[in-house]
Write a protein that binds this ligand. Sequence first.
Ligand code: HEM
Length: 156
Amino acid sequence: MDDVTLARAVHILSIVHWIGGVAFVTLVVLPVARRVADPRQRLALFESVERRFAAQVRLSVPLAGATGFYMAERLDAWLRFLDPAQWWLGAMLLLWLVFMAILFVIEPAIGNRLLDAGRADPSGTLRVLERTHGLLLALSAIVVSAAVLGAHGLLA
Ligand code: HEM
C-alpha cells in the first residue's frame, strides 16, 4: 500500500468519527434530550455527551486536515483547489475551517457564556443547538457526498 492510499484511509477514518459523531448528537442525543421533562436535565444531558465528543474531535478534525494536506501535497493538487470544476475540494477545506474555528476559537472564547445562557433559558438554548447541529450535519452530508463523487470523477 502506498503512502497516499494510507493517508486516504486515515482521512476517511477521521471523517467517519467526526461527521458520524455530529450525526449521532444531532439525530439521537438532541431528540432524546428534548424528551427529558426537566429543562435543566435536558441541557445537562447534551452538555455531558458533547463535552466527551468535543475532546475526541479535537483530535479527529486536525487529523482529517493533516492527512488532507498531505494528500494535496503528494498529489500536487493545490491548483485543483482553485478550479471551479473541482469545487468539492474547496468545499472540503471550507467545512474543515468551519469546524476548526468552532472547536479551537469559538468554543473556547464563548463556551462559558453559552453555558450561562443555557442555564438561564434551557429550552431556547436547546432549540438553537438543534438548528446549528442540523445545519452543520446537512452541510457535512453534502460535502462528503460531493467529495466521494468528485474524487472518482463523477462530478466533472
Ligand atoms: C484541510 C481540509 C482538507 C483537505 C486539504 C483535503 C484534501 C483531500 C484530498 C487532496 C483528497 C484526494 C482527492 C483526489 O484523490 O483527487 C481528499 C479526498 C477526500 N476527502 Fe478531503 N480534504 C480535507 C477535508 C475533508 C473534509 C472536511 C471532508 C468531509 C467532510 C473530506 C472528505 C473527503 C473524501 C470523502 C475524499 C474522497 C475519498 C475517496 O473516495 O477516494 N475531506 N481530500
